[in-house]
Write a protein that binds this ligand. Structure first.
Ligand SMILES: Cc1cc2nc3c(=O)[nH]c(=O)nc-3n(C[C@H](O)[C@H](O)[C@H](O)COP(=O)(O)OP(=O)(O)OC[C@H]3O[C@@H](n4cnc5c(N)ncnc54)[C@H](O)[C@@H]3O)c2cc1C
Length: 343
């Protein structure tokens, strides 16, 4: 198995901060994964393309960076089945499907990262989530050294949630993701920004529109390092929402099941007066308050400190606790950022 010692991660995380792993493993076959299991690593981090990862410390845990490639297409009766290996690039995969006349993922265009990371937080954008098309996830289990198929119903998908992020964290890794795309396709144009398009809009046109909006709204991580939305949109109780909405009638709100309401984290941060706030070379983006950007810091600690500051300010003003969407990685592995420095 490919292995590199003293592996610098500066080019492997979208905050562009420096952090070094004593060793990084790059499994690309099942035999490599069996070898990896045999090492009984006590702490490690599975890294895709690092677009949802904050390396908080200068020293990283051992890195496992899968290198599984390939896409297979199978024609079913009503569905086209597409299996993509974990290390394929997500956006290229979306474009590839559309070029092949396989539609469904157009609303998820330009989400940076790998196919293997996509089920972990059940990526979503513009009214579509990966879970809508994900049929099965192929998983390598480190303990039994075997490949397990997780059907859609076993993946416990939710809003930025899945079994891979919770119960299965560090117990194995995703080798591939299989999608089922119904042959009868209609554009999903329900989301604000796409709702002006006619129902006849093609999949490629939807993708191009999504790309256009995203390029306008979000800072390009290659030019201004960031990891997209830093926090999840909080889901609050209806009673608390009612109190808030009477004070802030313009607060964007989305009713959820169980008498709960999802509110926009970016709006809360903006209302807390933090849009454009800067400290120690990092800041809250000037146009999109949900995005923390790295202007010139070389260490992730400053990003972590700012995120915790934002969280405290929002908690003080709205009594709402923001939960990070970005994975925080410390020298001993991935931990909840909010436990860091009593955040
Ligand atoms: C500008 C920008 C915009 C974004 N917009 C969106 C958006 O609209 N919607 C959205 O949902 N997300 C968005 N994101 C977040 C990010 O794109 C996704 O989370 C993406 O899936 C990250 O992929 P990655 O390969 O870079 O993951 P990484 O950051 O490398 O890893 C993320 C998590 O997945 C785990 N992981 C990675 N690969 C595997 C594997 N093979 N097996 C098991 N676990 C694995 C890691 O351990 C980690 O917990 C955005 C990010 C940026 C920078």
């Amino acid at each position: 198995m490919k292995k590199i010692s003293n592996f610098s991660l500066k080019k492997n995380n979208s905050f562009g901060v420096e952090s070094v792993a004593s060793v990084a493993y790059f499994p690309s076959t099942i035999d490599d994964l069996i070898e990896l299991s045999g090492l009984n690593l006590s702490s490690f981090y599975i890294l895709g393309e690092g677009f949802n990862t904050l390396l908080v410390e200068n020293q990283s845990p051992i890195i496992v960076k899968p290198e599984f490639k390939g896409i297979e297409i199978d024609e079913g009766l009503n569905c086209t089945i597409v299996k993509a290996a974990a290390s394929e690039n997500w956006h290229e995969f979306v474009g590839f499907c559309i070029e092949q006349g396989i539609y469904g993922l157009e609303n998820l265009a330009l989400i940076p990262g790998s196919v293997g990371a996509a089920p972990v937080q059940n990526i979503g954008a513009y009214g579509v989530e990966l879970s809508q098309y994900c049929q099965e996830v192929l998983w390598f289990d480190f303990e039994t050294e075997s490949v397990i198929k997780y059907q859609h119903k076993d993946c416990a998908f939710g809003y930025r949630e899945s079994i891979f992020k919770r119960e299965l964290k560090n117990k194995g890794l995703i080798i591939s993701v299989t999608f089922c795309f119904p042959k009868k396709w209609t554009a999903n144009l329900t989301y604000a920004g796409l709702d002006h398009l006619p129902a006849s809009t093609s999949s490629k046109e939807v993708m191009n529109e999504v790309i256009k909006i995203r390029q306008y709204k979000l800072p390009d991580p290659h030019k201004l390092p960031n990891a997209g939305s830093f926090f999840k949109n909080p889901v609050i109780e209806h009673d608390q929402w009612q109190t808030l909405i009477s004070e802030f009638p313009n607060m964007p709100s989305y009713p959820q099941p169980n008498n709960k309401v999802k509110v926009a984290a970016g709006w809360l941060i903006e209302q807390a007066g933090l849009k454009g706030y800067k400290a120690k070379g990092v800041g809250v983006h000037e146009k999109q308050a949900l995005v923390i950007v790295n202007y010139e810091a070389d260490c992730g600690e400053y990003v972590a400190s700012l995120a915790l500051y934002v969280r405290r300010q929002v908690a003080q003003q709205f009594n709402i606790i923001l939960e990070p969407e970005v994975r925080a990685v410390f020298s001993k592995g991935e931990y909840n950022l909010t436990e860091y420095k009593n955040g």
